[in-house]
Write a protein that binds this ligand. Structure first.
Ligand code: PMP
Length: 359
């Protein structure tokens, strides 16, 4: 007799991690939007005390980090809620707002955890197609809101297309959103966003009572392996996020590394600037070769390769580039080291010349 299991899990795909090259294989892993730089010495050098205390539970209230974030962002400490990566906080946001069967609206394609987390929370995902540019269709997302809607995610910049929504478009959207619906602006890639007109999550958080912002230390701060992210949310929402959090999910090591990263933001900014410059150089090189690459404000680029995605991905792999392919849609490639970026350009140009629909 088989073990009783939750039937609705059949409908849920497992979260798919970016592919990793085999051991000993000379290749660039550019499938998970990780920071190509090693951790800062000024961060790892300050973790020894925490390492010596891993026999103890962390302080779940994380007072030093919450204090540092509140000061850095200019918000009250009670608006901050932490999680083991912002993906955990995204799940907390759904658990904290959606009753069973309530709807969670997001753009599609976007961060692939949104539909999974929504299903797992017992809520109903409502995926609204991106527009032809690969950007959020905010008017269509506003149309998709019903009396069952509990939460809306706006992913800005969007993973995987790298597009952004501008301030005026989000203001027009907010004018149509009922005040009882929480709008979450997921800014996992905000540090790489240099678009002057882009909506800025904290600005919306300050101006609207039903907005929360999601940030992570995984990307620009290079702490993906330590798992730490946070929301800035209205205090009553933040309190409920803490209730839905995995107890002690954020380790003392992660808390300390995050505090040290905030203290060394100047060093991190140099790296961020380099990655942004590398993104623009890569996009310019591809466009010079006639390739239709989408503008990106994140630490990755997106090429909509459609039906040729499998072939282009195979050609990239043959050149040592492990990207993230979405069959039938396109390929997302993280910005890597200078050597990786040169290899991407050469490999993409030759692969796409074999697939002339995209040049
Ligand atoms: N939001 C978006 C848009 C992402 O792309 C990711 C990571 N892929 C996350 C949230 C979660 O990142 P983390 O859990 O590492 O903070």
């Amino acid at each position: 007799m088989s073990i009783v299991q939750r039937t609705s899990l059949h409908a849920i795909p497992a979260y798919k991690q970016g592919a990793t090259p085999g051991a000993g294989q000379q290749a660039f892993k550019l499938s998970s939007n990780e920071n190509p730089y090693p951790p800062l010495d000024s961060v790892t050098g300050g973790l020894a005390a925490e390492l010596g205390a891993i026999n103890q539970y962390p302080n779940a209230a994380a007072p030093q980090l919450v204090g540092a974030l509140a000061a850095r962002l200019g918000v009250e400490p009670d608006t901050i809620a932490l999680g083991a990566g912002s993906v955990e906080v995204a799940g907390q946001l759904i658990h904290a707002t959606a009753n069973p069967g309530d709807e969670v609206v997001f753009a599609w394609r976007s961060f692939e955890a949104y539909p999974i987390l929504t299903h797992v929370a017992g809520a109903t995902p409502v995926a609204v197609p991106l527009d032809a540019r690969g950007a959020h269709d905010l008017p269509a997302m506003a149309e998709a809101i019903t009396e069952r809607t509990a939460l809306v995610f706006i992913c800005n910049p969007n993973n995987p297309t790298g597009t952004v929504v501008d301030t005026a478009a989000v203001d027009a959207f907010m004018a149509k959103v009922p005040a009882r619906v929480l709008v979450v602006i997921d800014e996992a890639y905000v540090h790489f966003n240099t678009e002057p007109g882009s909506a800025i999550g904290l600005d919306f958080f300050r101006r609207y009572p039903n907005v929360a912002v999601l940030h992570t230390f995984s990307k620009a701060y290079g702490l993906a392996g330590l798992r730490i992210g946070y929301a800035v949310a209205p205090p009553e929402v933040a309190a409920n996020l803490r209730k839905t959090a995995v107890p002690f999910g954020v380790t003392a090591l992660a808390q300390r590394a995050a505090v040290l990263s905030l203290e060394h933001e100047g060093e991190l900014q140099v790296r961020i600037d380099n990655l942004v410059a590398a993104r623009e150089t890569l996009l310019a090189t591809l466009r010079d070769a006639g390739i239709n690459a989408t503008d990106s404000q994140a630490n990755f680029i997106w090429i909509s390769t459609g039906e040729d995605t499998g072939a282009v991905d195979a050609a990239l792999r043959a050149s040592g580039i492990w990207a993230r392919a979405f069959p039938g849609e396109g390929i997302r490639i993280s910005i890597g080291s200078a050597e990786a970026n040169e290899t991407i350009a050469t490999a993409l140009i030759s692969a796409l010349q074999e697939a002339p629909a995209h040049v």
